[in-house]
Design a protein around this ligand. Structure first.
Ligand SMILES: *Cc1c(COP(=O)(O)O)cnc(C)c1O
Length: 428
């Protein structure tokens, strides 16, 4: 595969953009080589500037659940472009999207739109602190909640990949307010509550951890967090930026009996445009300015383009069979990959819920960051490079989740499995 034009662009970009990219994981530091510079997408496919075609399993790290350039989403966007891209005034579209979100998420009676997942979590933390009058909060090792200071402690995603979970520039006084526990370790959480008694404002958790690969909550873990928060008067916050509208229409909270106090969203709800949201009960959300006293604002919040793409995406997802289709694609790929890895004699662990999944090389159960760190990342990198060579773009780190879209039909899934078979046969 020729990457000459991508290489030229990357080296020019390094002069004017830090590391040549606008988000670290895109630089391919973990997997080596030059990231293909993408020129166009359509459905399950993308094309780079050198004319190479790939099946896309990145899907912008989750948002593109309908694939690239879905006809109806594009029509909505064109209409929004032609009628004005920003007003700084309320629009009917924002009401429509808020109605859709609150109808789908059981614990969300009111919702505020922001511009990214990062903004959603930092605003939810402010609200949790205001509502409880407390400063401390708990997060889990390997969970990523965006790049705001309080969360850049033992974070996942790009922060994990680069082995720099604590970034310079995060004040020690800020990091001290962040308490850390291993994922799925209820005893560690209970110990933190015992130590800090009534000083903990909230527990932030990805109900499925998707920024250290994909780690499911063990039975009882989320229930235990709910109970610990209730007895301490703390708030439970589900960060569903990745899982919201991805693992089901109502997010992960629709697959469990546990109800969070606050929920953060992003990715899918913007249909590929920048967006975030946070919501919860009326009583909590009416603390937000101007209904209440907790300040939070945004020049482009509720942007008409993002709202148009998001609302149309959620409308399409509400149609009969959308999630069944995503489940079918996910199940087909999981089965095909298991067979390929098994016949190659490579031990593998493939966690999956619907169209979100991950492939860990290693057979040991994975419940927390320490388990992820023991998987065979060297072999994983070789596998990644083989897949790229055979026309499949995976997220360029063993710590990122893989995604499928409604455009990933049986034919596309078959091609991914074929590429995996070829990639593995070159390795073992
Ligand atoms: C992606 C992500 C974020 C951050 O969202 P941005 O839009 O990148 O700021 C926060 N939390 C989770 C769980 C995510 O996956």
């Amino acid at each position: 595969m020729n990457h000459a034009k991508s290489e030229a662009l990357m080296s020019a970009a390094k002069n004017v953009i830090p590391g040549g990219v606008n988000s670290p994981v895109r630089a391919y530091r973990t997997v080596g080589g030059t990231p293909p510079h993408i020129m166009r997408g359509d459905g399950a496919f993308v094309w780079d500037v050198d004319g190479n075609e790939y099946i896309d399993m990145v899907l912008s790290y989750g948002p593109l659940i309908l694939g690239h350039c879905h006809t109806e989403v594009c029509q909505s966007l064109h209409h929004a472009v032609d009628t004005g891209t920003a007003f700084g005034a309320p629009t009917a579209g924002e009401l429509g999207l808020a109605n859709r979100i609150t109808a789908c998420f059981r614990s969300v009676e009111m919702v505020r739109l922001v511009n990214s997942g990062t903004e959603a979590t930092m605003s939810a933390l402010r609200l949790a602190r205001a509502a409880t009058g407390r400063d401390l909060f708990i997060k889990f090792e390997g969970c990523y909640h965006g790049h705001a200071d309080p969360f850049l402690v033992q974070a996942g995603s790009g922060a994990l990949t680069f082995g720099a979970p604590d970034s310079p520039g995060v004040p020690a006084a800020t990091a001290e307010q962040t308490l850390i526990a291993p994922y799925n370790d209820l005893e560690a959480v209970q110990a933190l509550f015992a130590e800090h008694e009534d000083r903990i404002a909230a527990v932030f958790v990805e109900p499925i951890a998707g920024n250290m690969g994909m780690v499911h909550p063990l039975p009882g873990f989320l229930e235990g967090l709910r109970a610990a928060c209730d007895s301490a008067g703390s708030l439970l916050v589900f960060d569903e930026v990745m899982t919201g509208f991805r693992v089901s229409r109502g997010g992960y909270q629709d697959l469990t009996d546990v109800r969070p106090d606050l929920t953060t969203m992003g990715k899918v709800i913007g249909g590929g445009l920048p967006i975030g949201a946070y919501g919860g009960s009326r009583a909590l959300m009416e603390r937000i300015s101007p209904a209440g006293d907790v300040y939070q604002a945004g020049t482009l919040s509720g942007n008409p383009l993002a709202v148009a793409a998001g609302d149309k995406t959620l409308e399409i997802l509400a149609r009969e069979g959308a999630y069944a289709k995503l489940e079918q694609a996910g199940a087909g790929l999981e089965k095909g990959l298991r067979e390929v890895f098994e016949s190659a004699g490579v031990p593998v662990t493939i966690p999956r819920t619907g169209s979100m999944m991950c492939v860990y090389l290693g057979a040991d159960p994975i419940h927390r960051l320490g388990d992820v760190a023991k998987t065979n990342t060297e072999l994983w990198v070789s596998f990644f490079r083989g897949m790229l060579e055979h026309g499949v773009i995976l997220p360029p780190s063993p710590y990122e989740a893989w995604f499928l879209s409604t455009a990933h039909d049986a034919n596309v899934v078959g091609r991914i499995v074929d590429a995996a078979e070829k990639s593995l046969s070159a390795l073992v």
